[in-house]
Design a protein around this ligand. Sequence first.
Ligand code: MOS
Length: 744
Amino acid sequence: MEEKYFGHSVLRKEGREKVTGRARYVDDLAFPEMLHGVTVRSSVAHGRIRDIPFGEGIPWGEFTVVTAADIPGKNEIALIEHDQPCLAAEFINHPEEAVVLLAHADRYLLEEARRAVQIDVEPLPAIFSIEESIAKRVVLYGKDNVFKEYHLEKGDVDAAWARADVIVEGEYRTGAQEQLYIENQGMIATANPADGVTIWGSLQCPYYIHKALITLFGLPGEKIRVIQAETGGGFGGKEEYPSMIAGHAALLAWKSGKPVKIIYDRAEDMVATTKRHPSRTRHRTGVTRDGKLVAMDIDFVIDGGAYATLSSVVLSRGTIHAAGPYFCPNVRVHSRAVATNAPPHGAFRGFGAPQAIFAAERHIDQVALAVNLTPEEFRRRNFLHKGQTTITGQLINEDVNFDGLLDRAFRESDYHAKRERFARENPGEAVKRGIGFASFMHGAGFTGSGEVYLASVVELEATREGIVRVLAASTEIGQGTNTVFSQIAADALGISYDRIEIARPDTGAVPNSGPTVASRTSMVVGHLVETAALGMKRTLVDSGLLCDACTEDEFVRACKRYIDTRGPLRSRTQYEPPPGLFWDDKKYSGDAYGTYAWAVYVAEVAVDTVTFEALTDFVAVQEIGKVIHPVLAAGQIEGGVAQAIGMSLYENVVWREGRMANGQMTNYIMPTAADIPPIRVFFEEQPYPFGPHGAKGIGELPMDGPAPAIINAIENATGICVREIPATPEVLMEALTAKAGALV
Ligand code: MOS
């Protein structure tokens, strides 16, 4: 088919609405008689609720007050496990856990009322670290605090150590990170026994909320409707938590009989909602003297917080990415997600992979050093190639050209000349320069059999006027879903981009195309859009109303004729796995992903020994199948790299007894535009046969590589081996001062 739109940077489908201020976000919506809702939260990390006294001076009779006792169905946020309540009834398991909900028309009085509710808790001992959780100092979940555990083994690791000339060990840590979408979380609900529950809100996954509300209200699915309002960013942060807010708004609406809006301010959003899982990774690696990997033993642990939420799947992705893009005949990964008394950690762009890849790519530099090879040479001797298997035993059947990606990245960054020059010049300089890189991969789509279980559906519907609407639950959250789907549909139908409309994600009106997560929307759902569009065209051709090489006018006439004579013109497609994919859920082995994007990122730093600020240049080279929209694709990479720079050097969640102590943007420091160096983005294209026009997923990829590339560059500049991020200026100052002290 002709690629008239595919590969071109067409105008964003919803761009005009956004830049002219016409786009309606949830806080722009209002309903007659609408009340506002707020959440009263626990202040302690762990305890038993003794009493909930309502203070003096508040006209409580005017308020709608909801506690766990008001829940019509099950007090549970239905997701994977069944451990998380919608409102704490007896036990508190983390700070900021929701206990009481209040609604009133007057937002200011509501705020006073919130402060007048005391939650009297008998405190229990609490645990706040991975170590305390593993030691079972307090058992919060099951018998051992382990939400989920994987044992992956390929080859025979125990037998392989004997063949290793050198064994290198290391421990690496990453901290929590806040998603910091521009639009805070928010929901509006209407709810009553006759009409059921309807939700409007800022969200990624309409059908996740749908499922959660079925359980919470004990209502049949057709009585629950979830509609996405315009959404200002998600990054995973609006994957699971919106089910909680939707539940709260709906409970208040159900009891009051009026629409209820809950909008979090930034402080509440930061302290109460999910963040990236903190992690600890231990590597033990055996290599031969000539730099070939013999054995890798990896212990990967993530802090899940107080409830299971999505930790098991975050852990799964981290586990599968833990050994990096290398071929090693003997690999073992033992991974665990463990419970602590922190608010649950959750989905965040990369979903466990950034944590695991930080450790892997920092460690590979240490291994290279141990066998006197450059980071480059060591990697070149161990890169995964076509015909080899990953740690899950997945046979790579595409050309993986890491040597080529490395060459390109080094050329664009002038890596070799700089590495040589910095080594020569650094000794006499106050500013230490360095350059480092990371090579990595990211699997697109749900892991293992995930896509088969999702069985996503997309539908296209044409009007008599020849407008084609795409019906899908996939959400536009700023990343370009609407634009990409329109490009794909327009090219497949051979009509203009303006003839495509994207239906608003609304569980009452669109089929379930799955959640908008896991770098799956363009590749997996986009492929369904393409298949459905080709099906629609085929229908018109087979009915004799259209020829294959028709004009747009002929298409419009054919739609009208078809609908007038035969009825609705619709085309529906359901996901089918690419042929030959095999996954064994029990052994956790096989084809973990349909495909991977492959990348090499180079970071250049200049560590100022006064300010300890670091980053000066960044080159991102990736093979992503085919580029659908150059501007949006580059935007995904630039945004992801910027977010990962935050994770590496700036964004430090300060914990105090399980609570985020710096839940404001004045003291949780994220990089601004002034702190971000040029991010130079380059794409290599090698079509993936089962993505639309060969495209692979790219949303999460750019989150994976920057942290190890930057910290590897800092080691190159200063000789300091940082094993934990964020490496804030304070951390670098202490490390460099300690090193200088040691030299004196
Ligand atoms: Mo995500 S972190 O798969 O929304």
